[in-house]
Design a binder for this molecule. Structure first.
Ligand code: FAD
Length: 310
């Protein structure tokens, strides 16, 4: 059995593993895909102290550091169930898709999240070539250019306000007849001179020259007419989905499916901690996930030294 088993090998899980291994604990990491979302990232320019790197390089560095400390890395392993300990301080079980069951005195859940896709033609083709999901990450790449934000909820409207300060022009597209964001955000958005809002708009297709995105095509749901917007970037803001389906009946999740954690990373189950994009901690970023992973690991260490084994 492990002292600490980490489920997820993104920045949060990797940071948790490094902190735990440096305490001399027996540590395992089970990850569906080691590296997590950063594998899909082209340029990373906001990880503090690193001027610029790219996703695959960052992911390889995460794995190298974790392996340096002798952590048992189980890559390409998906967890499907969590079973709480039968007695306080006892072993907690994690079942894998392949049928194996891992046991540990403490668990860190760091399964991250995924951006909901539009699922229209061109989206996959132009990902990282104009199609983006994170304004904090990729906004500066579109300085002086025209972009659209798809999605008129809080995250879409926040993204449009944020981008309006960086890019030349923002068009916000919302499927429904009204924006669904808080009134204060909508008022702020409407006050900006370089923003255009289109409601009842159904995004149909993203097109370009094969190298870069050039246009977004949408249908006006009232008139059924199709329009084309010439632009350089599209930010898809229709939801971030935490990878927590497998935990639904086991511990407390928020209404968005995020694992509810306190400031120390405790979940609703003793001995089970969580960190990163899968949790209620706001602002889904690498530096935040890594910090939260370190914190959850130290909390789990604290739990281990205070909790006698049955
Ligand atoms: P993730 O990176 O999502 O890692 C989750 C891990 O859990 C993965 O290893 C995954 O395979 C695994 N997993 C999931 N479910 C299971 C399961 N059931 N069993 C086992 N393993 C499981 N942030 C920045 O700060 N700067 C950027 O420039 C930036 N650019 C981005 C660009 C893109 C295209 C994307 C998608 C995200 C970007 N982000 C950026 C956000 C950043 O990648 C995330 O905030 C960060 O990776 C979250 O780390 P995490 O460890 O919580 O989760």
């Amino acid at each position: 059995a492990y002292d600490m088993l980490i489920v997820g090998g993104g920045p949060a899980g990797a940071a948790a593993a490094v902190y735990a291994a440096r305490k001399g604990l027996r540590v395992g990491v089970a990850a569906e895909r080691f590296g997590g979302q950063v594998n899909d990232t082209l340029a990373i320019e906001n990880y503090i102290s690193v001027l610029e790197t790219d996703g695959p390089k960052f992911a390889a560095a995460l794995e190298a550091q974790v392996r340096h400390y002798g952590v048992d890395v189980m890559n390409l392993q998906r967890a499907s169930a969590l079973k709480p300990a039968e007695q306080p301080g006892g072993l907690i079980e994690v079942a894998l898709d392949n049928g194996a069951v891992l046991r540990s005195r403490s668990i860190i859940l760091a399964t991250g999240a995924r951006w909901r896709n539009l699922n229209v033609p061109g989206e996959a083709e132009y990902k990282n070539k104009g199609v983006a999901y994170c304004p904090h990450c990729d906004g500066p790449l579109f300085k002086g250019k025209r972009v659209a934000v798809v999605g008129g909820g809080n995250s879409g409207v926040e993204a449009a306000i944020d981008l309006a300060g960086v890019v030349a022009h923002v068009t916000l597209l919302e499927f429904a007849p009204e924006l669904r964001a808080d009134a204060v955000l909508v008022d702020k958005l409407k006050s900006l001179p370089n923003v255009n809002i289109i409601t009842n708009a159904q995004t149909r297709e993203l097109t370009g020259d094969g190298q870069r995105l050039q246009a977004l095509h949408y249908t006006d749901r009232l008139s059924n007419e199709t329009h084309e917007l010439a632009l350089e970037g599209v930010f898809v803001q229709i939801g971030l989905v935490p990878n927590t389906d497998w935990l639904k009946s086991t511990l407390e999740l928020s209404k968005f499916g995020e694992i509810v954690v306190d400031v120390k990373g405790h979940t609703s189950l003793p001995g089970v901690f969580a960190a990163g994009d899968a949790t209620t901690v706001p602002y889904k970023q690498i530096v935040i996930a890594a910090g939260e992973g370190a914190k959850a690991s130290l909390s789990a260490f604290d739990y281990l030294i205070r909790t006698p084994q049955p």
